[in-house]
Design a protein around this ligand. Structure first.
Ligand code: PLP
Length: 390
């Protein structure tokens, strides 16, 4: 049976070129980068190169890039360490209602410690209102953290403008750019952000390796204490093969960015057009203008998204209801709720994300399966019968 993967925002496969670069660092080049003999130095050089590659993807200087264990660690670090560091100045943090759980759950933990958090709402397009951000700032505000690209419905936030507002008030600004990496251009100088989170496994690198950009001059305290690795900013023996893989993935992402994004957009728009032509009562959640090129989030009215997802899985098609992290609970998506979408509609919503290995044939097959399954589910659905839809 055909296998179709349309969940690139959950994770991506490691590219062959990336894996090839990684392999020697598990075996013959296994040295500890802190060691002074040759295989240690070799590992250290490999990290230096990877740091340059990741820095280039986001327009940073290499010294401003610190490797972490994942995007979640970077998010936890930015929020928790800034909060503790700036405690004497204030206890207020501003973020949004649609952040990844790595941000939202860290905010909840900080609230338990006595910090105040403002969660900005978003419009139907999933974007924040900059005036609302400005109005939320108080003399207690120490950090603003706003994601660059939303993982569920793809909204791209006005990060440059938001960071300028924070800067005007002397407040640090962090952005979770995990979904932005490789999909839209990132230039930390142009954006004016102080901290930025990245993760390798969303850009065709390995899982379990991330990075944090920290602007030169921002003395963010460490989060993981121990040895002097990572310029004393993040302890722990470096995960050399994964760092090498992240570097290669970042380099490929940078060189291919424009073509990659154009190709994703074409595939995604083709998919939307086919769905709209072949399946009635489908709506797009969020706006199309400021959106991740490979993301579409669709509401299939009158049916349960979970049933649709499971039946698509039976046909070999992998998609998700939204964030991989929330799909295990039956709570309606916090992101779609924040967009003002009614609960019944959220329950019929699914996220499709295309990527490098997606083909038109994959999408044709998916649309055929979707049309069949949606029709069947609607015939069985009490909601559609009630509304006289049948
Ligand atoms: C995937 C993701 C994360 C978490 O990254 P991990 O490396 O999986 O911990 C954080 N934020 C966003 C927006 C993501 O999509």
């Amino acid at each position: 049976m055909r296998k179709v993967y349309l969940d690139y925002s959950a994770t991506t496969p490691v590219k062959q070129e990336v894996l090839n670069e990684m392999i020697p660092y598990f075996t013959e080049k296994f040295g500890n980068p802190s060691s002074l003999y040759e295989i240690g130095a070799e590992a250290k050089e490999a990290i230096t190169k990877a740091r340059e590659q990741v820095a280039q993807l986001i327009g940073a200087k290499p010294q401003e890039v610190i490797f972490t264990s994942c995007g979640s660690e970077s998010d936890n670090w930015a929020l928790t360490s800034t909060a503790h560091w700036k405690k004497a100045k204030g206890n207020h943090i501003i973020t949004t209602k649609i952040e990844h759980h790595a941000i939202l759950h860290t905010c909840k933990a900080l609230e338990k410690e006595g910090y105040q958090v403002t969660y900005l709402g978003v419009g139907p397009d999933g974007r924040i209102d900059l005036n609302e951000l400005e109005q939320a700032i108080t003399d207690q505000t120490i950090l603003v953290s706003i994601m660059m690209v939303n993982n569920e419905m793809g909204a791209i936030q006005p990060i440059k403008e938001a960071a300028a507002i924070a800067k005007k008030h002397g407040i640090l600004f962090h952005t979770d750019a995990v979904q932005a990496g490789g999909n839209i251009p990132i230039d930390v100088e142009d954006l004016g952000v102080d901290m930025l989170s990245l993760s390798a496994h969303k850009i065709y690198g390995p899982k379990g390796i991330g990075a944090m950009y920290i602007r030169k001059g921002v003395a963010l305290p460490s989060f993981v204490h121990g040895g002097a690795q990572e310029m004393k900013k993040r302890a722990g023996t470096e995960n050399v093969p994964y760092i090498v893989g992240f570097g290669k993935a970042a380099e490929m992402a940078r060189l291919q960015l424009d073509d990659h994004a154009a190709r994703l957009r074409e595939l995604r728009d083709y998919f939307i057009a086919q769905v709209m032509e072949k399946i009635p009562y489908v709506d797009i959640n969020g706006g199309m203008e400021h959106r991740h090129p490979g993301n579409v989030n669709l509401a299939f009215n009158f049916i349960e998204g979970e049933s649709l997802l499971l039946m698509l899985d039976y046909y070999g098609i992998s998609i998700s209801t939204g964030s991989a992290c929330s799909s295990k609970s039956l709570e309606p998506s916090h992101v779609l709720s924040a967009l003002g979408i009614p609960v019944e509609k959220i329950h019929g919503s699914l996220r499709f994300t295309v990527g490098d290995f997606t083909t038109k044939e994959d999408l044709d097959y998916t649309v055929d399966c979707l049309a069949k399954i949606v029709e069947k589910l609607r015939m069985m659905s009490p909601i559609s019968a009630e509304k006289g839809w049948n």
